[in-house]
Design a protein. Sequence first.
Length: 236
Amino acid sequence: MTTQHIRTLLLVLALVTPALALAQPAAWSDWRHGAAGHTLALSDAQRSEQPLVVYFHTDWCLWCRQLNERYLRNGAVRSTLSGIKKVEINPERGPQEMALFRQYGGTGYPSFYVLVPASGEAPVRLSPFRGGSEDSLAAFAERIEAAATQHYNRWAFRLHQEGQDARSLAVVEKSLAYNPRNAYAHYLRGLIHHKAGDRQRDLGLLREAKAAYERALSLDPGHQGSQRGFEALRNL
C-alpha cells in the first residue's frame, strides 16, 4: 500500500468515525457489551440485588436507531438507566450473542428487557413503540422503573408468604430504595410489622405498621389492603 493510499484511508476513517459515534447512545459509555459483558452485568446485578437492562439490537434496525437516539441518551430515560446495570448486545456479532438473544426469547429488534435477576422473576420486554404510537421519554422511563419495582414487590411478597419475613423486609427496603413512591412496598412493610407487632405485642412495631399503611395510602388512596390495616390500627 502506497503512502497516498494510507493517507486516503486515514481521511475516510476520520470522516466516518464521528458519524458512527453519533449513531450510538452516548457511545455506550456506561454500558457493558456483548456476551462477556452480559456475564459481568448479570453477576453484578445478582450479587447487589439490583435491576438489570438487557438490550438486543442490530446496526441495520431502524427502530433500534430510534430507540438509541431518541430515548436511551435523553432526559428521563437516561436518568433512570443511570442507576441500573445494563448491557447492549448485537446478536449478529457472534454465536454467544445470538444464543443469549434466543435464551431471552427474542423474536425481533429492538428487544429491550428489564429484570431483577436475584428475584427469580422472568424478564419483562418493553418498547416505547406501541400500537402505532410512541411513549414520551417520561412514560418510557416510568415503565422501566415500574417493571423493576414489580419484580422487587413480587419477590418480597413471595418471601412473606413463605414465612421469611426478615428476608422479605430486606427486599422491601431494596424496593423502596429503588422507588420510594412505591405504595405496595410501603403496604408490605406495614403488613410485616403488623404481623410481628401482634405476635410480640409490641406497640412500637404496630405504630410502625400504621405509619407504613398511612404512607401507602398517601401514594395510593384506594389501596384496600392498606385501608384495612390502617383501620385495624386507627386508635393507636
